[in-house]
Design a protein around this ligand. Structure first.
Ligand SMILES: Nc1ncnc2c1ncn2[C@@H]1O[C@H](COP(=O)(O)OP(=O)(O)OP(=O)(O)O)[C@@H](O)[C@H]1O
Ligand SMILES: [Mg+2]
Length: 292
């Protein structure tokens, strides 16, 4: 069990959107504590609010009520302690691999104004960034692709660059929104190993959205199912919050054990089956840091 300090706290989080057609409740009273170094995977039906939850963690959207605390400070906007990788479009198409990665470092260090007022410092720093980015590309085996543009890379390589771009600034929290959803199975497995290696190397907390329950169970130290099915008009709740037993990371062979198959079947029934969820009111929040 992870006894690390709590890095992020969700406190009675509600999110609704209002438009001319009325109010749509998306998130309904999300509460939980997440500790440093956890790998939380999130599954749930399309439209249940997974990306919305990420936007709230990033601070690009504000909760309707409730709050998110990162290291005890309320999230009020984006910050370098939270990085993000999307399924697509994380990279700038007009920048090379190296430039995309340098960009992550530049954003952290320089505002536009300081580039203008400190041009010499900016040029010197830029050189350092470039060296740092080259070292990093070397470490993740992408050095030979440094001068290519995103459209010249395979899907797996693009996602490795997107992960590198998010990680080079050393965020404490990495949000990954279906990052491997567009990849073929073999590349997806390679990328699962890649992200587990990166996770192991740093004391990083990951939130990872996927539609693939097998991927969710394989990667996670903790699994959430977000669902509106119990009462759709009220928005989604966490209906399952489970600690996934170790080892972490798991060997590939874990996927072929009885435990894994049984756990998958349970997740699909108790977390994703509409009829089942409509018939219960008590959710399976057995994780000790689950919100009640
Ligand atoms: N800015 C917004 N304005 C109005 N409605 C929004 C906004 N963002 C999201 N929504 C609505 O909130 C609901 C949840 O959307 P969200 O993108 O979070 O779902 P999701 O779980 O990520 O779905 P998917 O699995 O398809 O990516 C949707 O009905 C969506 O239309
Ligand atoms: Mg989404």
């Amino acid at each position: 069990m992870n006894n690390n300090p709590i890095i992020i706290r969700f406190e009675n989080l509600y999110k609704s959107f209002r438009d001319s057609n009325g109010t749509q409740n998306v998130l309904n009273n999300i509460s939980a504590n997440v500790r440093l170094g956890e790998f939380v995977t999130i599954v749930g039906p399309s439209g249940c609010g997974k990306t919305t939850l990420f936007n709230l963690i990033l601070g690009s959207e504000k909760p309707t009520t409730g709050q998110i605390l990162v290291e005890s400070k309320s999230v009020t906007g984006p910050d370098r302690d939270r990085g993000v990788v999307f399924q697509r479009y994380s990279l700038f198409p007009h920048l090379t691999v190296l430039q995309n990665i340098v960009f992550g470092l530049e954003v952290q260090e320089f505002s536009l104004a300081s580039r203008w007022f400190h041009p010499i410092r900016y040029t010197k720093k830029r050189r350092e960034f470039k060296e740092q980015a080259c070292d990093y590309l070397d470490r993740i085996g992408l050095q030979e692709h440094a001068d290519k543009y995103p459209h010249q890379l395979s899907g797996g390589m693009r996602q490795r660059v997107a992960i590198a771009q998010a990680l080079i600034t050393n965020p404490k929290i990495l949000l990954m929104d279906e990052p491997f959803g567009a990849l073929d199975n073999q590349t997806r497995e390679q990328m699962q190993h890649f992200i587990l290696e990166q996770w192991q190397e740093r004391q990083m907390t990951i939130f990872f959205v996927t539609h693939d329950t097998e991927e969710a169970l394989y990667l996670a130290t903790r699994i959430w199912v977000l669902s509106p099915y119990y009462k759709e008009a009220e928005g989604s709740k966490i209906v399952i919050d489970h600690a996934v037993p170790g080892p972490h990371p798991k060997p590939d062979s874990a996927k072929y054990t009885d435990w894994f198959t049984e756990m998958l079947a349970r997740l699909r029934k108790e977390g994703l089956d509409r009829t089942y969820l409509q018939s219960i009111r008590e959710f399976d929040l057995s994780h000790p840091d689950a919100g009640k």
